[in-house]
Design a protein around this ligand. Structure first.
Ligand SMILES: *Cc1c(COP(=O)(O)O)cnc(C)c1O
Length: 383
């Protein structure tokens, strides 16, 4: 990594006046997570980065540029627009970087794929295979095989038929064959071994192509699942790829919210919409300026927790569009004055913990973080 591509740390401790929430993104931890996976995989395995949905909500350009500066050369996005935006962000740097586009060459997009030399479409059905073979100019694509998810990709019988018919494959250059695991976050699930066996069998029909099966959790199912190319998303962003076991990744994301008002209320007082919480004793209530429009799920109401240092501040009442209410009775009053920040995601309570309280997964929390949060990038922000 050359120092010239890295900006000085951009630490901005304070929120601008008027901002009510802050999203901090530790780009050093992000790059460290990529290096950790790359080192753990060892030689012969390439760890690609999935940066779809604006880099899981953390900012496509800063995320991808940090990973590229660390040495990552394979990137994946869901949409062609995302791939084009990434190619623009690279602006001629890392010309060898490749951008796989999961949604593939949808009708009317062929010219745009051909205009972007780094773009690699994922071919999800036989029509796309045929179109790319005839009009893709010999450019490589990724062939997606469905090994048991019924989502995208060629079903086994089509994959076998294509493999068996050289005429239908003539001129088709494959950068990889890929499939996706449905149950990788449950290591004991029998579907993992079944999909692995199907992938071995179906990919053998395309012996010259590198193989890609694992995303973040699949990586941790063991070396037998890693093949040539891993497509890691969640783990890079610090989410736990091994649910139920300690998180092997570094935390990347923090979310803090500003306290707007604090009030002492009596026993029997309702809090928030629907009077969905009523106090059983006098309490101190802090209102923070962060709501479901900012990505604090509405079903965090009466379920999730914030933190002030190590102290818990349970969310009480419903989440509003722009506001939420916390019980801060147990916290020293000087620490919960208006203007102070409380932690929604951070060292005491990570995105997975918030997700579990809300009945969802960390991917959903990160990609839901809204544009009103003031973003602060820490560490090796690329210029
Ligand atoms: C989103 C996605 C990934 C990344 O999954 P993580 O669980 O975030 O690592 C990999 N492959 C495909 C096909 C995906 O859609």
């Amino acid at each position: 990594m050359s120092a010239a591509t890295i900006c000085p740390p951009s630490i901005e401790p304070d929120l601008p006046p008027g901002a009510v929430g802050r999203l901090t993104i530790d780009l050093d931890a992000l790059a460290g997570n990529w290096r950790q996976l790359t080192a753990a995989a060892g030689p012969g395995v390439t760890v690609g980065a999935v940066v779809k949905a604006d880099g899981y909500g953390l900012g496509l350009a800063p995320v991808a540029l940090s990973l590229a500066a660390a040495g990552c050369r394979w990137f994946f996005v869901a949409l062609l627009e995302e791939g084009e935006a990434l190619a623009r962000a690279f602006a001629g740097r890392w010309p060898e970087a490749r951008i796989g586009v999961f949604s593939g060459p949808l009708p009317g997009t062929l010219e745009r794929f051909l205009a972007g030399p780094s773009l690699v479409p994922v071919l999800n059905d036989l029509d796309q295979v045929e179109a790319w073979r005839m009009r893709g100019g010999g450019r490589p694509a990724i062939l997606h095989l469905d090994t048991g998810m019924a989502r995208l990709g060629l079903p086994p019988e089509e994959a076998l038929a294509l493999a068996a018919d050289p005429a239908r494959r003539a001129g088709l250059a494959l950068a990889a064959v890929m499939s996706h695991l449905a149950c990788a976050d449950e290591p004991a699930h029998p579907h993992n071994a079944l999909q692995l066996a199907r992938f071995e069998r179906l990919s053998a029909g395309f012996p010259a192509a590198p193989r890609s099966l694992a995303a973040s959790s699949g990586f941790f199912l063991g070396p037998g699942y890693r093949f040539d190319l891993v497509r890691a998303g969640a783990a890079l962003y610090g989410l736990n790829p091994t649910p139920g076991a300690p998180n092997p990744m570094r935390q990347v994301v923090g979310v803090q919210a500003r306290i707007l008002q604090v009030r002492a209320i009596d026993r029997g007082s309702p809090v928030g919409y629907g009077a969905a919480f009523t106090t059983d004793r006098p309490r101190l209530v802090a209102t923070i300026g962060l709501g479901y429009a900012d990505g604090l799920p509405r079903n965090a109401g009466n379920r999730a927790r914030c933190h002030v240092g190590p102290m818990e501040a349970p969310i009480i009442g419903r989440i509003s569009m722009d506001l939420a209410t916390l019980d801060v009775s147990a916290i020293a009053p000087e620490r919960v004055r208006p203007g102070r920040l409380v932690e929604l995601i951070g060292p005491h309570h990570d995105a997975d913990a918030l997700a579990a309280e809300c009945g969802t997964i960390g991917h959903d929390i990160l990609t839901g973080l809204g544009p009103r949060l003031h973003r602060v990038y820490r560490g090796g922000a690329p210029c």
